[in-house]
Design a protein around this ligand. Structure first.
Ligand SMILES: *[C@@H]1O[C@H](CO)[C@@H](O)[C@H](O)[C@H]1NC(C)=O
Ligand SMILES: *[C@@H]1O[C@H](CO)[C@@H](O)[C@H](O)[C@H]1NC(C)=O
Length: 455
């Protein structure tokens, strides 16, 4: 008895010391697989993804059938290429995202039935194994209040089935407190899943006026004149989910790489809150009224660009149109929120909507901005994040001392100190130290016991 108790305390101490210092934030990237079918320069296949700019890469979307299977018809070639990206970045986790706004109608049926839950969990594991994913992201849009308990049971079943394989389980949820948010038992969900991806975008509401869809903060009293409107911003969403019982370090803040566009009632009036007559015309590549990819917007000439520093959001206007979007500046501001609340990181919808060709400046300018800021400013953080199997960091600095020079992207151990390593990313070098007594394993891109690391 004494012997085993001692062993347990040693194990516990070892585990705690590993977890306590882990601090590394996620960059969760969704990839809309239909982007491979866009025309011209906007064609975006898995080969076009820079796998070192994400820690989790979510393949959108798979669908669920009412008999607990995953719907056939997905593109196995695209999926194979998607998962091959892990050869270029071994720290990358790939997840199959199931659901989305066009699919997932059968979540309700499956979640409500114990046998179907088990069947789906079994099928999910088989699918992840067969196609070499590292986990699954559940995007049920949206459960109703009557589904609340079943959703928890559904996630529990998946988590249990995934545990032996160390598969990640994440969910995507609406950001603001609205009619849909009553369906989530945030505390229970947070205790089951690895990450909760907050869809903090498309929050403009329908009020006949120009409003930001992914603002960081509320607007003026004139713009946000009701309780409901004051919830339609990133900070309110974060507070809401934390108050609902979600663990801050499991929340990732959603950042849209697209703008929401309106037709102005009077082209001369282009501020927040001015009257609009409807969504602006569809653009050639995203082909949906009221939506503009960042790459479509940044290439638009003759538009006036403004930054709304009150709400933390960018605006372009011109040609009778008004677009609210995220820029490098707003993303940098959002990183401060991530840091301030000790969130798990950032999430982007979607990687294929960034400046994918470098038409307006550096390629992947928005995703690079998120990477550069999300793990650097940890001054406001109070919570630590432990994540399974990924690289762990203690402190990141932009200009590291020492002689190590980045020659390519990736994680590298310091040549003369096994407990020290670097992340090289788009020409930047970030320095990290393993927890005391641990060495950095380049093979696993994680800190590990010296016995497990060839150094
Ligand atoms: C599940 O349902 C789908 C759609 O109806 C069908 O194609 C598939 O064969 C079914 N699978 C099983 C195992 O029943
Ligand atoms: C880092 O975050 C803190 C707290 O949120 C903020 O006050 C500070 O300005 C940020 N620093 C940088 C360099 O962004």
């Amino acid at each position: 008895m004494v012997h085993s108790a001692t062993l347990w305390s040693i194990l516990l101490v070892a585990t705690c010391s590993l977890l306590a210092v882990v601090e590394s934030r996620e960059v969760v990237c969704y990839y809309g697989s239909w982007a491979a079918g866009r025309t011209g320069y906007a064609t975006f296949t898995p080969d076009d993804i820079n796998p070192s700019l994400c820690t989790q890469l979510n393949y959108a979307f798979l669908d669920i059938e009412s008999n607990g299977t995953l719907k056939n018809g997905f593109n196995t070639n695209t999926i194979a290429k998607f998962n091959d990206l892990k050869k270029k970045n071994p720290a990358l986790k790939t997840l199959a995202a199931v659901g989305g706004w066009n699919a997932g109608k059968s979540f309700k049926t499956v979640a409500a039935n114990a046998q179907l839950r088990t069947t789906f969990a079994k099928n999910a594991v088989a699918f992840l194994q067969k196609y070499r994913f590292d986990g699954m992201d559940i995007d049920w849009e949206y459960p109703a209040q009557a589904d609340m308990a079943n959703f928890v049971l559904f996630l529990k079943e998946l988590a249990n089935a995934f545990a032996p394989y160390k598969y990640l389980l994440t969910v995507a949820v609406p950001g603001p407190e609205t009619a849909t948010s009553v369906a989530y038992d945030a505390r229970a969900i947070s205790s089951i899943v690895s990450f909760i991806n907050l869809m903090t975008y498309d929050m403009q509401g329908d009020f006949g006026v120009a409003r930001h869809h992914a603002a960081l903060y509320p607007g003026s009293a004139a713009v946000d004149d009701t309780y409901f409107k004051r919830q339609l911003n990133a900070e309110a969403c974060v507070k809401f989910w934390i108050n609902k019982g979600a663990q801050a370090s499991k929340l990732t803040l959603g950042v849209p790489f697209y703008g929401r566009s309106y037709k102005l009632a009077n082209p001369k009036m282009d501020g927040v809150g001015v009257p609009v007559t409807g969504p602006a015309a569809a653009r050639p590549y995203t082909a949906e009224a009221g939506t503009m990819a960042y790459h479509e917007m940044c290439t638009s000439v003759g538009y006036k660009r403004q930054y709304d520093s009150v709400q933390g959001a960018a605006i372009v206007s011109g040609n009778g149109e008004w677009v609210s979007y995220d820029s490098v500046q707003s993303i940098t501001q959002k990183c401060n929120l991530i840091s301030q609340y000790g969130l798990g990181g950032g999430m982007v919808w979607a990687i294929d909507l960034d400046d994918i060709t470098g038409a307006c400046g550096p390629k992947f300018v928005l995703l690079t901005a998120l990477n550069n800021c999300v793990n650097v400013n940890t001054s406001g953080a109070t919570t630590t994040t432990a994540k399974p199997g990924a690289a762990t960091t203690v402190k990141a600095v932009t200009s590291a001392p020492g002689t190590f020079v980045c020659t390519r992207d990736g994680y590298f151990r310091d040549p003369s100190n096994c407990g020290k390593y670097y992340r090289c990313l788009s020409g930047y070098k970030y320095e990290f130290n393993c927890p005391s007594g641990l060495y950095f394993s380049e093979a696993n891109t994680a800190c590990d016991y010296p016995a497990n690391v060839k150094c």
